[in-house]
Design a binder for this molecule. Structure first.
Ligand SMILES: NC(=O)c1ccc[n+]([C@@H]2O[C@H](COP(=O)([O-])OP(=O)(O)OC[C@H]3O[C@@H](n4cnc5c(N)ncnc54)[C@H](OP(=O)(O)O)[C@@H]3O)[C@@H](O)[C@H]2O)c1
Length: 335
């Protein structure tokens, strides 16, 4: 049964000023929320790198302040003026303007434009949808783009960097389930067992490796899903096989790219940009349908390594930026 609309509710609200960013739990009313034609009672959200950057101010993510944090949300519709989205429907929202220009999912309620809302595929409930969240959509978008560009399970090994992180963990499990040979690149020697359980065939310890730049090195990978950027992406470009492709997702190791045209013009290497927040709506629906069916990762429960609430969320931001988390952290929204 539909819940009564609340007088007030709680949210983790971020205030981003010129010099200082702070985030606290605040009490809000529905009419304070960013505009939209759908109101969702949020049940689950998740922690992504962008959430940690936004809440700590380490990245200037908010384009308007204050805003409720959280780029992911899943729950039940309590109000709809949008054709096709019904009251009581289980739905999810990831990316778009959440926690950037629009109040996000670290709140009991969000109000969003109907175009942002994805009905939950049958095989996902709000919790499992948030184990995936932006990390899952991003991993799926990366695999989709690699395959569009000719990468297939028979092509050869696929390297996943930032392997133990949220995107990396889901990418490893997704690739392995689809029959790919997966090589995990990780900085965490204590997580080799975890990465193998998700389906990694081999684990490389990045702290033992030399990523110094040479334009062409021994070609090793048929493809790569790179959440690291920086010197690791330089190295991947120079070690990818002819006609292989790299999906560039993240910047955990840096934002600067120092490469040469040689891998592109001599090996036909492809560098594919991945942006999940701006993923076109139709493709987003297709990818969520796949994530709820033939691409649903088989080890979702192994990938959840922590569950917090609005009250216990704060310390996880710093831990994530310091590289002390692995897998996915779920945020249970309960008042
Ligand atoms: N383009 C998009 O649409 C999109 C969407 C989601 C995320 N992202 C980006 O993707 C990256 C990962 O996001 P996430 O949510 O998965 O974060 P996460 O869970 O914190 O994962 C990041 C992982 O990167 C590795 N790492 C940390 N510091 C590193 C360093 N200095 N050098 C190399 N690797 C390092 C660590 O894994 P190991 O210790 O195993 O190496 C860490 O677990 C972030 O940069 C994020 O902004 C982009």
């Amino acid at each position: 049964m539909t819940e009564p609309t609340p007088e007030s509710f709680r949210a983790l609200r971020i205030h981003q000023d010129e010099d200082v960013t702070r985030s606290d739990i605040e009490t809000l009313t529905l009419n304070q929320l960013s505009a939209g034609d759908i109101v969702i009672r949020v049940r689950w959200s998740s922690l992504n790198y962008k959430d940690a950057l936004a809440a700590t101010g380490e990245g200037k993510i908010l384009r308007t302040s204050p805003l409720n944090g959280g780029i992911d949300a899943a729950g039940t519709v309590i109000h709809s003026n949008h054709p096709g989205i019904k009251i009581d429907q289980a739905v999810l929202v990831t990316g778009y303007g959440l926690s950037q220009t629009h109040d996000g999912g670290y709140a009991d309620y969000i109000r969003v434009p109907g175009e942002w809302v994805i009905p939950l595929p049958n095989a996902l409930d709000p919790r499992s949808a948030m184990i995936l969240g932006t990390a899952g959509l991003t991993a799926a978008l990366a695999l989709h783009r690699l395959e569009l560009n000719g990468v297939a399970p028979t092509s050869g090994p696929i390297l996943v960097s930032g392997a133990s992180g949220g995107v990396g963990s889901i990418a490893i499990n997704l690739l392995s389930d689809q029959g790919y040979q997966v090589i995990a690149l990780s900085g965490k020697p204590d997580q080799h067992g975890y990465l193998k359980r998700l389906g990694a065939d081999d684990v490389l310890l990045r702290t033992n490796m030399d990523f110094s730049h040479r334009p062409l090195q021994k070609a090793r990978w048929a493809g790569a899903i790179d959440t690291a950027g920086g010197a690791i992406l330089d190295w991947l470009i120079s070690t990818t096989q002819p006609w292989g492709c790299i999906a560039s997702i993240g910047m955990a190791a840096g934002t600067t790219l120092n490469t040469s045209v040689m891998p592109f013009i001599l090996r036909g290497v492809g560098l594919l940009g991945i942006t999940s927040a701006g993923c076109p709506t139709e493709l987003r629906h297709q990818l969520w349908q796949k994530l709820g069916s033939e691409w649903k990762p088989s080890k979702l429960e192994d990938i959840v390594t922590n569950t917090v609430t609005l009250d216990t969320l704060q310390p996880t931001f710093r831990a994530m930026l310091d590289g002390k988390t692995h897998g996915r952290t779920l945020v249970k929204i309960e008042s």
